[in-house]
Ligand binder design. Structure first.
Ligand code: FES
Length: 101
């Protein structure tokens, strides 16, 4: 859910989240997008347990997602709470990773 009253948002564009086209606002983070989609999880640990946003300031690495940007061949693991949305981005969540890999 997004707060709408009294909030000015950036330009609207689309990114892909787990293969689904998703409307986002310029200036928001991937963590905000996942939370707005009702998703508290971002990845799974090595035992398959869901992990999600915890610190929301780049310290805990619980929010790792796989991000592919246009023009890049390889996806990169990035912290959702520190990564701004970008046009043409493709985001994969629920990947199984240890944050120490
Ligand atoms: S929520 Fe802790 S690094 Fe993103």
């Amino acid at each position: 859910m997004r707060i709408n009253a009294g909030v000015q948002r950036g330009r609207i564009f689309m990114i892909e989240v787990d293969g689904t086209p998703t409307q986002v606002f310029e200036g928001e983070t991937l963590a905000a997008v996942l939370l707005a989609l009702g998703r508290a999880d971002a990845r799974a640990d090595l035992r398959g347990r869901p992990r999600g946003m915890f610190c929301n300031m780049g310290t805990c690495c619980e929010c790792l997602v796989e991000v592919t940007v246009p023009g890049s061949r390889h996806p990169r693991r990035m912290r959702a709470c520190l990564t701004d949305v970008a046009e043409g981005q493709s985001v994969g969540s629920n990947k199984t990773w240890s944050k120490y890999e």
